[in-house]
Design a protein around this ligand. Structure first.
Ligand SMILES: Cc1cc2nc3c(=O)[nH]c(=O)nc-3n(C[C@H](O)[C@H](O)[C@H](O)COP(=O)(O)OP(=O)(O)OC[C@H]3O[C@@H](n4cnc5c(N)ncnc54)[C@H](O)[C@@H]3O)c2cc1C
Length: 449
C-alpha cells in the first residue's frame, strides 16, 4: 500500500501545477486517490494517462530545410564538400558573426582559415582554382549565406566580382600575377562599379572617367559602396574612356597615386562587410594594369551575369538560415502550455517559408545547370536574383514574426538575416533593374527609360 501511494505521489509530482489544477476542476481528487489506491501499477498509469493525456513529449522531427532533397542530385564527392563547408562554417564562422556584426568590423582572423578551406575561385580553371561546377559554387555560396550573408558577400566580392573580372577580362600576365594569390586570399580584391550619383544607371553612363596619357591612364571620379575596398590590395575600377566613351576596366592598386578610400559607416545590413567610398583624383594606372578584354559595358555585364547567379544562391542560404533558426525556436518556445509550433497560425508561417525556400532551391539548381551547360543568359540570372531575393525578404520577415520579441535580438540568430536580406535585395542590380532585364527579354521592349 505504501508503495502504491508513493507511486501515486510520484506520478502526481510529474504533472505540473497548471495541469493538476485542470484535473481538480474535472474530478474530485480525494475520491480519485481512494480509487487509485486499489489499482495495480498498470491500471494506475493508464488512469493518469486518461486524466492528463500522454505527458511524454514527442521528439520533434529533424529540421530539414532541403524538403525536396535537392542535395540528393549531387555526387558523393560534391555532397562531401558541401558537408565539409557546412561543418567549417558552423565551427569557425557562426560563433563570431553576431559580435562582429554588432561592432561593424571584419574578422580578419578568418582569412587564413578560409584560404585553407580552399573554395575561393572555385569555378575557374588553373591558377590554383578547383575548376569546379557552377552548381557546386552555388551550393557553397548558399552554405555561406546560411551562416552569415556578410562573410558570403566578402567571398562573393573576392571570388566572383574581383577574381571574375581578371579571369574573364584580364591578360595572361595579369591572371598569373593576381589569381593564385587571390585564390589563397593572400591578396584581397574589390570591385568598383557603382558611383554616388550613378547606381542602377551604370550601363547608361558612368561619370568616372579614364584618359590615356602615354603608357599610363589617369582616372577621376568616385565609387560608392565598394565591398572589401577599405582593406583590399586591388580594386577593379570601371571607368568611361574620354576618347571613345566606352567603359574600360582597371586593376587599381591601393598604393596607386590619387587613390583614396573612406569607410561607409552606419549601415543597418551586412555590417561585417566593409564598404568604402573611393575617390580617384588624377589616379595613375599603368597601361599594364588595364584589363585588355574589357572594352565596353557588355564585358562588365558578363561578370555581373555570373555573380548575380551567385547572389541568388546566397539569398537561398540567407532564407534557409532564418527558416531553420525560426523552426527550431517554435519547437522550443511554449505559450499557453504548448510549443508554439503546434499552433495553426505559426504552422502557416512555417509552411509559407518552406514553400518559398523549396521553390528557390529548385530554381537555382536549374539555373546552375544552365550555367554549367554554357546556356545561361542575362535574363536567367536576373530572374533568379529577383525571385530569390524577393522571397528571402518574405521568409526572413516571417522568421522574425514567429519569434516574437526575440526575433529582433541578435542572439536568437534571425535578426541578422532580417537586416542582411535588405542589402542582398538591392545590390547587384535592384529588383526593378533585374525585372527590366527579364521584361526586355520576354517582350522585346526595353523599358529602362
Ligand atoms: C551593402 C551593399 C554592398 C554593395 N557592394 C557593391 C560593390 O562591391 N561594388 C559596387 O560597384 N556596387 C556595390 N553596391 C551598389 C549596388 O549595386 C547599388 O546600390 C545598386 O545597384 C542600386 O543603386 P543605387 O543604390 O544607386 O540606387 P538607385 O539607382 O538610385 O535606385 C533607387 C531606386 O530607383 C529604382 N530605379 C532606378 N532606375 C529605375 C528604372 N529605370 N525603372 C524603375 N526603377 C528604377 C531602383 O530600382 C531603386 O529602387 C553595394 C550596395 C550595397 C547596399
Amino acid at each position: 500500500m505504501l508503495d502504491k501511494i508513493k507511486n501515486i505521489l510520484k506520478l502526481i509530482k510529474s504533472v505540473d501545477m497548471a495541469q493538476l489544477e485542470k484535473i481538480s476542476k474535472k474530478v474530485d481528487l480525494a475520491e480519485v486517490l481512494g480509487a487509485v489506491s486499489k489499482m495495480d501499477e498498470n491500471q494506475l498509469k493508464m488512469a493518469m494517462k486518461m486524466l492528463t493525456g500522454s505527458k511524454k513529449k514527442k521528439d520533434p522531427p529533424a529540421i530539414n530545410a532541403d524538403f525536396y532533397d535537392v542535395s540528393a542530385k549531387l555526387s558523393p564527392e560534391d555532397r562531401a564538400l558541401q558537408m565539409k563547408v557546412r561543418a567549417f562554417l558552423e565551427a569557425e564562422i557562426k560563433p563570431l558573426v553576431n559580435n562582429y556584426w554588432l561592432h561593424d568590423e571584419f574578422p580578419f582572423e578568418i582569412i587564413p582559415k578560409l584560404a585553407e578551406l580552399n573554395v575561393c575561385g572555385y569555378v575557374y580553371e588553373g591558377y590554383g582554382c578547383a575548376g569546379g561546377t557552377s552548381l557546386m559554387d552555388g551550393i557553397i555560396a548558399s552554405e555561406f549565406g546560411r551562416i552569415d550573408p556578410s562573410i558570403a558577400t566578402f567571398l562573393g566580392v573576392q571570388s566572383g566580382l574581383a577574381m571574375g573580372s581578371i579571369y574573364m577580362c584580364g591578360s595572361d600576365a595579369q591572371k598569373q600575377e593576381w589569381l593564385p594569390a587571390m585564390q589563397q586570399l593572400k591578396k584581397i580584391g574589390a570591385f568598383g562599379l557603382t558611383e554616388p550619383l550613378v547606381g542602377s544607371g551604370t550601363a547608361g553612363g558612368l561619370t568616372t572617367t579614364c584618359k590615356r596619357e602615354g603608357d599610363k591612364w589617369v582616372l577621376n571620379g568616385q565609387k560608392k559602396w565598394i565591398g572589401n575596398s577599405t582593406f583590399s590590395d586591388i580594386t577593379i575600377i570601371w571607368a568611361r574612356d574620354l576618347d571613345d566613351q566606352q567603359v574600360k576596366g582597371f586593376i587599381v592598386r591601393k598604393e596607386n597615386p590619387g587613390f583614396a578610400v573612406e569607410k561607409i559607416k552606419g549601415k543597418m545590413a551586412l555590417r561585417i562587410v566593409q564598404n568604402g567610398l573611393i575617390t580617384l583624383t588624377n589616379c595613375e594606372v599603368p597601361e599594364a594594369d588595364r584589363l585588355p578584354n574589357a572594352n565596353s559595358f557588355k564585358d562588365t555585364a558578363k561578370v555581373l551575369q555570373m555573380t548575380r547567379a551567385g547572389v541568388a544562391w546566397m539569398a537561398v542560404g540567407c532564407a534557409r538560415g532564418a527558416y531553420e533558426n525560426a523552426l527550431e525556436y517554435t519547437l522550443q518556445r511554449e505559450q499557453f502550455g504548448k510549443p508554439i509550433a503546434s499552433f495553426q497560425l505559426i504552422q502557416n508561417h512555417l509552411v509559407e517559408m518552406l514553400s518559398n525556400l523549396t521553390a528557390m532551391q529548385t530554381l537555382v539548381f536549374r539555373l546552375s545547370e544552365l550555367q554549367d551547360d554554357d546556356k545561361l543568359k542575362d535574363e536567367h540570372a536576373s530572374l533568379a536574383k529577383v525571385f530569390c531575393t524577393l522571397r528571402t525578404r518574405d521568409i526572413v520577415s516571417r522568421a522574425r514574426e514567429v519569434m516574437g520579441g526575440n526575433g529582433i535580438l541578435l542572439e536568437y540568430n534571425v535578426a541578422r538575416f532580417l537586416a542582411d536580406a535588405e542589402a542582398i535585395y538591392s545590390y547587384e542590380g535592384t529588383k526593378e533593374i533585374n525585372s527590366l532585364i527579364v521584361g526586355r527579354s520576354i517582350t522585346g521592349y526595353s523599358a529602362f527609360v
